[in-house]
Design a binder for this molecule. Structure first.
Ligand code: ATP
Length: 323
């Protein structure tokens, strides 16, 4: 294989640039031509494709976002859209793809391969860490660090005013950011989509803390929690304890940005290098992940059908440490 294309797709995550750099440099090292495809599958359909040099990826390892930009493409979900994308790949003699994204991106790869048999290797790039087949995804560590820094600051002001804070972090379907940032910040409660929220239980714990004169109470809620987001939780608390000063903070998109942590840069570099070598070896329609600190390949089908369940020990840990 001589010519490969690379794209970033779905939500951006810090460390995608480090992965792009690793793919380009590994490819060039092996005398391959690497084609950058801008704006994910939509850019592929529109032929927004350019040949990348090693200098294109200089000075990007420390930058958040993605120099290739990213997009969500409805058109790629149609046979006609994928046909246009394939025609563009043929025009540029692109024989294989490296796809950096989440499960939607790999669903797209499966649909594409069923129609056109184009070899592809995936790299998990999502802050949510909600993919089977890997212990970590690129961007997760940075996103949690960003949340931790913000929650620590909120704790300072919460303590100064004896306030109760409900902090909403990202995670539509997965509670990993909430769970890890909550444990790291000593949160009193952590509400995640993987576990049904018993709001009475949450209220009783606030009641107990009030009786014990525990002045700071921080609740972390993942945006996809079944009870709702920070506003819904705040409303219920205020209804039960009208005398309490309850504030909310939605951290939002700051969790996606920023310079990637060392862990995300190293992970991205390892996975980018592994993805190119997998393509060269003909090990395709797989996602390159990391399991027990070793590179591990999982077929796309298993990634998209699989789950990344929360370790029950972590849930028990919250209970014990928040007394
Ligand atoms: P994140 O986890 O950050 O949301 P993602 O890769 O899951 O990232 P999606 O928007 O779900 O993000 O998927 C990226 C793109 O993949 C979609 O915009 C669409 O173009 C393509 N895609 C997703 N599912 C399919 C599918 N079933 N068939 C074809 N293409 C798909």
């Amino acid at each position: 294989m001589k010519n490969i294309g690379i794209l970033t797709s779905g939500g951006d995550s810090p460390g995608m640039n480090a992965a792009i750099r690793a793919v380009v440099r590994t490819g060039v090292y092996h005398d391959m031509d690497i084609f950058g495809i801008r704006r994910g599958y939509q850019g592929m359909i529109e032929g927004d494709i350019f040949k990348m040099q090693t200098t294109d990826v200089a000075n990007i390892i420390q930058r958040g976002g993605t120099i290739l930009k990213t997009a969500r493409s409805k058109e790629f979900m149609t046979d006609e859209g994928r046909r246009k994308a394939y025609d563009q790949l043929t025009k540029h003699n692109i024989e294989g793809l490296v796809l950096i994204g989440g499960d939607g991106t790999f669903r797209g790869a499966v649909a594409f391969f069923e129609q056109f048999t184009i070899p592809a290797v995936g790299i998990p790039g999502t802050i949510d860490k909600d993919l089977a087949g890997t212990d970590f995804t690129i961007g997760f560590d940075t996103a949690v660090n960003t949340a931790v820094e913000a929650i620590d600051k909120i704790r300072d002001t919460a303590e100064a005013h004896d306030r109760l804070f409900v902090v909403e972090v990202m995670g539509r379907d997965a509670g990993y950011i909430a769970l890890n940032s909550g444990i790291a910040c000593g949160a009193e409660d952590i509400l995640i989509p993987e576990q049904i929220t018993d709001i009475e239980d949450v209220l009783n714990r606030i009641d107990n803390d009030e009786r014990r004169k525990k002045t700071v109470h921080i609740i972390i809620v993942a945006e996809g929690d079944d009870y709702g987001g920070a506003k819904e939780v705040q409303a219920r608390i205020t209804e039960r304890f009208p005398m309490l000063d309850v504030r909310t903070c939605v951290l939002g998109h700051i969790q996606r940005g920023g310079s990637p942590s060392y862990a995300d840069r190293v992970l991205a570099s390892r996975l980018g290098y592994a993805a190119v070598n997998a393509l060269r070896a003909g090990n395709t329609q797989v996602m390159a992940g990391i399991v027990n600190d070793n590179i591990f390949f999982t077929p796309f089908d298993n990634v998209i059908k699989g789950e990344a369940p929360i370790n029950p020990d972590m849930l028990e840990l919250i209970r014990v440490l928040s007394i």
